[in-house]
Write a protein that binds this ligand. Structure first.
Ligand code: RTP
Ligand code: MG
Length: 141
């Protein structure tokens, strides 16, 4: 088992549904600790930079428009196997495929408005954490 950090974003749809606390509770019940946290309304440039890996994909523009449609809540989660554990409790990208009881099954409306983001590897987690938080704003838990 490895102590890891991952970058998590509660997307504009879930913030609008007022389920930030419910989602934080699920992180805590899964043993993930909140090591950094902030609310932020992303600029277009910030959203494009964050999802730059998807720049050539057909859904890129829709993804960026959605991510800047309202404020998000960004957090660093810390715990044993945090990257995979967080992805597991998020559920599949498309809520239609997400297992019952996962965040996307319970709160997402579509593959576009899918409630939350989670880093997909330790390497990408480190890049994404640095994208949003200076090292001094991430607290060991
Ligand atoms: P995320 O990065 O947001 O945690 O989502 P993910 O890893 O599960 O999925 P990813 O492949 O990284 O895609 C990023 C976001 O783009 C939208 N998407 N739409 N229409 C489509 O086929 C499609 N595929 C992906 C989703 O909103 C996804 O969360
Ligand atoms: Mg992804």
């Amino acid at each position: 088992m490895a102590l890891e950090r991952t970058l998590s974003i509660i997307k504009p749809d879930a913030v609008a549904k007022n389920v930030v606390g419910e989602i934080y509770s699920r992180f805590e019940k899964a043993g993930l600790k909140i090591a950094a946290s902030k609310m932020k309304h992303l600029s277009r440039r910030e959203a494009e930079g964050f999802y730059a890996v998807h720049r050539e994909r057909p859904f890129f523009n829709a993804l960026v428009e959605f991510m800047i449609s309202g404020p998000v809540v960004v957090q660093v989660l810390e715990g044993e196997n945090a990257v995979l554990k967080h992805r597991d409790i998020l559920g599949a990208t498309n809520p239609k495929d997400a297992a019952p009881g996962t965040i996307r099954a319970d709160f997402a409306d579509s593959i576009d408005a899918n409630a939350a983001h989670g880093s997909d590897s330790v390497e990408n987690a480190n890049i994404e954490i640095a994208y949003f938080f200076p090292a001094t704003d991430v607290y060991a838990r």
